[in-house]
Design a binder for this molecule. Structure first.
Ligand code: CTP
Ligand code: MG
Length: 382
């Protein structure tokens, strides 16, 4: 189902204490806001309006480096105004398209929750992912605490789903006397029917500074590590230099191939594609396509890393093994690591290049060709 989304991130995060507002703070290696944006892009949002304070527009661009499919909208003085600004930034979308409104401060959003709210939208006017209240509830009064029934009580979360025109109409009708704390209550007040879908304990909102310690612990549980491996081989032929792991080495032969025949980069590209289950290098760059004739293979690698980012993932480390009798790889290893680190935008200690001979056995041993193997680990949302 095609849907768009608004992420509200224009609050000042007062309850989370002094310092940077909570949506910009680091959580397990990246800003809270980036977690939410990656989650909605990974869940398939076709268009995403991100509402922040206008003074944070540059910071927003930096925070979301490498991510496409989002646009900025200026924040308002209240959450309700920020939501309406986000909806206005989606005015080019079909009026009755489902739109999800999400708090930036709920970083651990899963595809399952997104699928759940979209499914429940059906003929409802709005959907709230929510959890039943599990604790016994007390109301404190002058005569002490008194137990109050939790029957039928739910804890509302976001993203909440609506058809955009329905939510806009509800906001237009809102009396404005009090501040709504979510969007569903605006639709309820306008006589709309709001359905509940399954919430998620991980989707808790970061509100107080102590919530960050818990979120750091949950961060590991909200991500998975995937491994991919790749292999490639090319035949030796007449030439004067060879490209290996993005570095040109003078040699008395060259590797024959449609592109620059850099077997190291090809194996690594396949390893990354393997980690995200997205086919192989030939699917993305068919050897029959003349535009890849003689192409520098770093293009293939950059494309594979882009695909990882588009899924809200990040590369963790790579390890390449080159298998040949000649040329000697050792004198070039550091240059290769540095080149790979540069192409992949990874720190040097997360990039390994190794080499081995096969003791004169097999096709590499006989000097017929060179082979390369690679492993890549990638971290993505669940
Ligand atoms: N929000 C917003 N514009 C506002 C107020 C809030 O976009 N004028 C956003 C927040 O950035 C947050 C979400 O709405 O992602 C939920 O609000 P809340 O948790 O209350 O965040 P803050 O208002 O920033 O925090 P506080 O109330 O503690 O100041
Ligand atoms: Mg607030």
């Amino acid at each position: 189902m095609t849907f768009s989304a608004v992420i509200v991130a224009a609050g000042s995060g007062t309850r989370a204490g002094p310092g940077q507002a909570k949506q910009w703070r680091d959580l397990a290696g990246k800003p809270v806001l980036r977690w939410s944006v990656e989650a909605l892009l990974a869940a398939g949002a076709a268009d995403l309006a991100i509402v922040t304070d206008p003074s944070m527009q540059d910071m927003l661009g930096e925070t979301l480096t490498g991510l496409d499919g989002w646009r900025f909208a200026p924040g308002g003085a209240s959450r309700a105004l920020s939501v309406q600004s986000g909806l206005a930034a989606l005015a080019h979308r079909p009026a009755d398209e489902p739109v999800l409104v999400h708090d930036a401060a709920r970083p651990f959003l899963t595809k399952t929750v997104v699928a759940g709210v979209l499914k429940a939208l059906g003929d409802a006017d709005g959907v709230v992912p929510a959890l039943p209240v599990a604790d016994t509830l007390k109301r404190s009064g002058e005569s002490g605490a008194a137990t109050t029934s939790r029957d039928g009580l739910w804890r509302a979360q976001t993203p909440q789903a609506f058809r955009r025109d329905r939510l806009l109409a509800a906001y237009a009708a809102w009396s404005g006397e009090s501040e709504p704390t979510d969007d569903a209550q605006v639709v309820e007040a306008d006589g709309g029917k709001v359905a509940i879908s399954a919430g998620d304990p991980l989707l808790t909102k970061l509100t107080y500074s102590e919530d960050f310690a818990m979120a750091e612990r949950l961060a590991g549980a909200a991500r998975i590590t995937r491994i991919g491996q790749g292999f490639d081989a090319h035949r030796w032929g007449p030439g004067e230099s060879v490209w290996l792991c993005g570095v040109e080495i003078a040699h008395d032969e060259t590797l024959i191939g449609h592109s620059d025949a850099d077997a190291g980069l090809h194996a690594l590209t396949d390893a990354i594609l393997g980690a995200i289950g997205d086919g192989d290098i030939g699917d993305h760059f068919p050897p029959t396509d003349p535009q890849w004739k003689g192409a520098a293979s770093d293009k293939f690698l950059v494309h594979a890393v882009d695909l990882v980012r588009q899924r809200g993932g990040r590369l963790i480390n790579v390890d390449v093994t080159l298998i040949c009798e000649r040329p000697k790889i050792k004198p070039h290893r550091e240059a290769m690591r540095q080149r790979l680190a540069e192409i992949l935008d990874l720190p040097l200690d997360r990039v390994s290049v190794k080499a081995t001979t096969t003791e004169k056995m097999g096709f590499t041993g006989r000097g017929e060709g060179l082979a390369a193997q690679a492993v890549a680990t990638v971290e993505t949302a669940l």
